[in-house]
Design a protein around this ligand. Structure first.
Ligand code: ADP
Ligand code: F6P
Length: 465
């Protein structure tokens, strides 16, 4: 490794995942999720170090270089994966922060593991960072790190960004460790959130549970420090996606895909991690009813859904997988012709170029989360459209809905409403739909991941409140 880094990103996941096969073979793959999609280009241009878990339990991996920056793996034991990652992060905080769309579980031993692992991330970073470095801590898995790190290294400039929603008082208050989480976060100089409502929630809660003065978007701590909080809606490498989608290889892949799908009159697309927050059950129910009612002709329409496997050992995710298999099977068994099924479903992750090919050929992109911090898939679809055609159906409960105003917005809890909007998106006049897509394209081109990082890091480097 080179000399001590002046810029360090700390996230639960590294950009690459170590996959150990049953025969012991080791391979590295791109890690799932929006955090990695967003931060990878930032790291490529900033350089520095990325501290995170490499995705395999009980394995120590030495630091290495990747795409021009240092990767510093933090080990997790199998028990920590169970209690810190699958437990507190993904069975307590994840459902709690997503409107309790699944029931959050509270277990004291999970909390203990969360603290222990957060301390390990803080200690690793404290040892690594150069004097006066900027450290950017990411997401709900590491909310205690800012305070722990400040105690170890008061010389650092510490930022925190939450990729998922920050809940209102009524929901956050359920958390038995609400004070500790807020204390952890206020260890940062700047807390970034996806939307302004989340920033207000955080500031209100800091006042309520920590008793600190909150003024002009900042928490004023008793030691004279301030912790500012502000919305920085995350974005994508718009040009990178557009260039990829316009490449001859992707155009050829898109053509081959259309051949495989039998050139349907209408292609609808869903792209998600297989997560219960993404509204897949509701989406499939709506489409099933549209097929049943004949509003969509199952012999001429295809709904392509790809879902990356995610958190597969967590019970709610297992249940979801079974439910989706069942729903897809039911709809297809009812409406398939002998040669073609109306739903093509793949439970798999695909390389970026294949995603770009899918976005290129989809007439209607269906993004229907019950709650989502941002949703980058919606932005990727817009960026990959080669012209002003295509329609984006977008849940009003995704952070992206605040920016992508011209999407066909839906309430995924309202099945009839969602069916109507899907049909509107599928049948709108070309001029109406082009007007919308043009506006979406302007938005996505004008708010890129570089701008997002510059805005956050500029404010972090700027004066305190
Ligand atoms: P989240 O962070 O909750 O997973 P986002 O929509 O913000 O949701 O980001 C998801 C990211 O994962 C996007 O970059 C998207 O392209 C990628 N992705 C989602 N599904 C797949 C898939 N089946 N194969 C490959 N990439 C996927
Ligand atoms: O953006 C939300 C997020 O949970 C990230 O923090 C995470 O890296 C990604 O989605 C994928 O989830 P996981 O790391 O649990 O596979």
């Amino acid at each position: 490794m080179s000399e001590k880094p002046h810029f360090v990103v700390v996230a639960n996941r590294l950009p690459v995942d170590r996959i150990v096969a049953e025969n012991g073979d080791v391979a590295w793959g791109t890690s799932p999720g929006g955090l990695v999609t967003a931060l990878e280009p930032v790291m490529r241009s900033q350089g520095g170090a990325w501290v995170g878990w490499h995705g395999a339990p009980d394995e120590e991996v030495a630091p290495f270089e990747h795409d021009g920056y240092d990767v510093v793996p933090v080990p997790l034991s199998a028990l920590e994966v169970e209690e810190y990652y699958e437990g507190f992060s993904n069975s307590t905080l994840w459902p709690l922060y997503h409107d309790t769309v699944a029931f959050p579980e509270f277990h004291r031993e999970w909390w203990d593991a969360y603290r222990t692992v957060n301390r390990r991330f803080a200690e690793t970073t404290a040892e690594l960072a150069a004097e006066g470095a900027t450290v950017w801590v990411q997401d709900y898995q590491l909310q205690l790190v800012p305070k722990m790190l400040r105690e170890l290294r008061p010389d650092l400039r510490i930022g925190f960004f939450l990729h998922i929603p920050f809940p209102p008082t009524e929901i956050f208050s359920q958390l038995p460790w609400r004070r500790e989480i807020l204390e952890g976060l206020t260890g940062a100089d700047l807390v970034g959130l996806q939307v302004s409502g989340a920033a207000s929630n955080f500031l209100r809660l800091a006042r309520t549970y920590l008793g600190h003065r909150v003024e002009k978007g900042a928490v004023h701590l008793p030691d004279g420090r301030t912790c500012r909080a502000h919305a920085y809606p995350i974005a994508i490498d718009t040009q990178g996606f557009a260039d990829l989608a316009a490449s001859p290889e992707v155009i050829a892949e898109a053509e081959a895909m259309l051949d495989d799908l039998g050139h349907p009159d209408l292609l609808l697309l869903g792209v998600d991690r297989l997560d219960y927050t993404k509204g897949l059950r509701q989406r499939l129910q709506a489409l099933g009813e549209l097929f049943a009612e004949g509003q969509l002709d199952p012999s001429k329409v295809v709904f392509l859904q790809v879902a990356t496997p995610s958190r597969e050992r967590v019970e709610e995710y297992r249940k979801l997988r079974d439910d989706i298999d069942l729903l897809v099977g039911r709809i297809n068994s009812e409406f398939s012709g002998l040669r073609r099924s109306p739903i093509v479903y793949r439970h798999a992750g695909f390389p970026r170029h294949t995603m770009a090919a899918m976005y290129r050929i989809a007439d209607v992109m269906v993004v229907t989360p019950l709650r989502d911090g941002m949703n980058l898939v919606a932005k990727e679809y817009v960026a990959c459209r080669p012209d002003d055609t295509g329609a984006l159906v977008l849940s009003e409960f995704a952070g992206a809905a605040k920016e992508l105003r011209q999407a066909y917005q839906v309430n995924p809890y309202d099945l009839n409403g969602m069916k109507d909007v899907i049909m509107q998106a599928a049948t709108d006049s070309p001029s109406a739909s082009r007007r919308r897509m043009r506006s979406l394209k302007r938005q996505v081109a004008g708010h890129t991941i570089d701008m997002w990082a510059d805005a956050f890091l500029g404010d972090l480097a700027g004066p305190d409140a």
